[in-house]
Design a protein around this ligand. Sequence first.
Ligand code: ACM
Ligand code: ZN
Length: 634
Amino acid sequence: MKANIITMKLVLILVLGLTMACESSIDKEVSIIPQPVSLDINKGSFRLNSNTQVSIAKGTGKTQKVVDHLKDIIDASCEIDLSVVKENPSKENVIIFEICVDIKDKEGYELHVSKDYIHIKAKEDVGLFYGTQTLRQLLPVSINKQHGGEGELAIPVVSIKDAPRFGWRGLHLDVSRHFFSVDFIKKYIDHMVRYKLNVFHWHLVDGPGWRIPIDAFPKLTDEGAWRVDKTHDEWNWRATEMGKPSDGRPAYGGYYSKDEIREIIKYAEERFVQIIPEIEMPGHSLPPLLSYPELVCENNNIAIDGLRGKDVVCVGSEFTYQFFTKILDETMDLFPSKLIHIGGDEVGKSAWKECGRCQQFIKKEGLKDEKELQSHFMSRITEYVNSKGREVIGWDEIMEGGLPKNAKVMSWRGYEGGIKSANLGHDVVMSPISHTYFDLYQGDPSIEPKAYGKLYLTDVYKFDPVPEDIDPAKQHHILGGHACLWTEHVRTPEHAEYMLFPRLLAFSETVWSVKENLNFDSFMTRLEKHHRLLEKDGINYSMSAYNVAISEQIDSIDNKYMISMANEVNRHLIRYTLDGKEPSIHSPVYQGPFYLGNETLIKAASFRNGKRLGEIAEIDLDHKHKIEETNQVN
Ligand code: ACM
Ligand code: ZN
């Protein structure tokens, strides 16, 4: 008996030890992204275990799907198979889902966690779904399959009321420059819903590849979905480099079958994500131009000029209208979305200037110039889409030459196009390159994978879809915000995730949370738990915001160098060395700008809790100055 008591004590110590190991301090943190409207945290926790039940107190035909989603999350995290019951009158160890008409916002929800039960209330299933996403973020990080099964998950006692600031919280993916599999598109949608985004903008066609099959024009995918594989500037193909797998040359590309597209639409619908397909026109049109020469303007040698601003279809030809209306018919047959994106960006006008047909068309229709020609084309396409009961959205260039009636605008070149369009009474989605383009560098180009421009985490967090200089009476035309991932330099899912995370989280907060709740310091603190959550789920995120930028300034009187260091996350400790060694937790802490003695090699990194975060930054002044001198001499 005594031995048994000792064994039991040992088991208890072991179990407690394990439980304690599971519940690290980060587990107890309530770190919700995007930040909810209101959040009260109280003492104690609900213990989720294999006896926990789920009950639908009041639901619709679709509520079970939301419950299944929660069951999948819990099962994947810790192999606890929650049982679903109709009612749980004792209100003990139960998660209750309830449709509740008193909640005002269509996407809003309330989540109350007490020691005895969890209650998620919402006006509609979509709100219950978002409540579930928040609950997911309250789960401890360290649960895993080993600690699951008979274990317990401690969920902190909280009371949350939440609703989004904007109804449009969008994310785009360019699958033309690089092709992404059906599985990755589903994963991409999962990434979106974790952070309560709800519009997936599928950029299906563009110069480097056509990815949607069109029965009326099979060559679009038979030929246009493929190109000869290259490793250098691989996306930037020439007409001579079209290549099908059957050509015997290494082919790169692919497209989605109609069944796969339907499968993805269903997958998104079940997660309350609407998919907006984009059919680019009249520019970015190499695949149609190469496979259907009837679309090419007179005097446009597409094989040579296609990449020099002449990748536009001839809009003076009636065939072009028939071509795109047929493509739109099949697109609208597939996609149930009210909106269809018709592109309209970066349309070079020189091919139209040199084309007899286009010039004659301009005269016949009494148009002023090629800008009005584009507007005429876009308006006719818009009218066609409207005649089918749908609406169009286009990039902000569709304003030039006159905005088509009823068209919505996606403002990417900045806020201006969006402001003008909203002031004209058009609905607008803000997607300015200055704040929401995730294809841009998120850190020092010398250590980041190749990209364009610059868009740091802090820049994303400053995004506000409603700029100040918009007429207050027109603000309601701003539907929300939209982030883009163009894939010129992004070939793999891992790389796509690296570009998305953590900027996606910052973006989600700018389009969901109320302005008063936005606070970058608080965001960065909450982000730390999310790093762990993402890691647990095998998502490849970037730590670039922690990287240190080292700058030097010469004091020309004393001929000394002043060194400054900064990271995006100022509050984290920077440690540095001047002796060529790697910085460690024992290296001096950066306290502010300092003068160098004879040292020339500086290395620095961010550290927290004894762990290095991000890369080691390095500057070798001797080497740098020699290069600068050589450049000056030359
Ligand atoms: C765009 O980035 N060209 C819309
Ligand atoms: Zn033409």
